[in-house]
Design a protein around this ligand. Structure first.
Ligand code: ATP
Length: 240
């Protein structure tokens, strides 16, 4: 069947994705898709395979099978550095900033992968707290500041599709709120966002659609408008 219109076609599509760490078969057929400008959230218990899904998309996990396309381009065939160049930015759970370098230095280092990356001035406009800390080394930043710096670094590159792994983990509620505002700002600027979250209440305010993972598979998907009707089954999947 023909697609009805191009606007609803996925920008990023993952189909029947399987992945392995060595001999350990971890993903058993993950299927999900994200449209341009959309925010999706991947939910699931610890060990369900959420992080592995992001790592497989970005190409850190190399032993994979299935289909991953971005704007129709086959990402499975690309070496990792070319995946980033296709316009994907990944913020890992461990944040990956340079601890010994200052905020300014961290923001000066990311490679440009596409046009439209934010300037350092743009970054400081949306992260005023980072500007106040611009000469502080990464080690001296709070968890929330580190998270913001990790996201800011990706925004410097020009990536328009952001894969964010548990950005709120371990952060105080007031900082979680700040991260939520930031993601909302990015959404209004047209970024496409894949958010892995355990904090369901946080994700509920941001996502357009949800994908629920269990044992290396997507077992449910629904739009935010269906959320209240799904609460019962979600409690079961997530054990919350
Ligand atoms: N480097 C690794 N080597 C071997 N097995 C791994 C590795 N990383 C994760 N796993 C296993 O893969 C499975 C999926 O883990 P993954 O980190 O993707 O889950 P997750 O849903 O992101 O959970 P969490 O919220 O705990 O990070 C788990 O069984 C985990 O133990």
């Amino acid at each position: 069947m023909q697609a009805q219109n191009t606007a609803s076609e996925p920008l990023l599509e993952v189909r029947d994705l399987e992945a392995w760490y060595g001999e350990s078969h971890v993903l058993h057929g993950v299927s999900l898709d994200v449209r341009e400008g959309e925010t999706i959230t991947i939910l699931g218990r610890n060990g369900a395979g959420k992080t592995t899904t992001l790592r497989s998309i970005i190409g850190i996990v190399r032993k994979r099978k299935g289909v991953i396309t971005l704007r129709g381009q086959d990402l499975l065939a690309l070496p990792q550095h070319k995946v980033a160049r296709a316009g994907l930015g990944y913020v890992p759970e461990e944040r990956g900033i340079f601890a010994s370098l200052s905020v300014d230095e961290n923001l000066s280092l990311p490679p440009k992968i596409a046009d439209g990356g934010m300037s350092i001035a743009d970054i400081y406009r949306i992260f005023p707290n980072l500007e106040e800390r611009r000469n502080s080394p990464g080690t001296k930043l709070s968890g929330g500041e580190q998270q913001m710096l990790a996201i800011a670094r990706i925004l410097r590159t020009g990536a328009r599709v952001l894969l964010l792994d548990e950005p709120t983990e371990g952060l105080a509620p007031v900082i979680v709120q700040r991260i939520g505002e930031l993601i909302r700002t990015l959404k209004t600027q047209g970024y496409t966002i894949v958010l892995v979250e355990q904090n369901f209440r946080f994700a509920a305010k941001l996502a357009d659609r949800f994908f629920v993972m269990e044992d290396g598979r997507v077992v449910d998907t629904f739009a935010t408008t269906e959320l209240s009707a799904r609460m019962g089954s979600l409690h079961e999947y997530l054990g919350v």
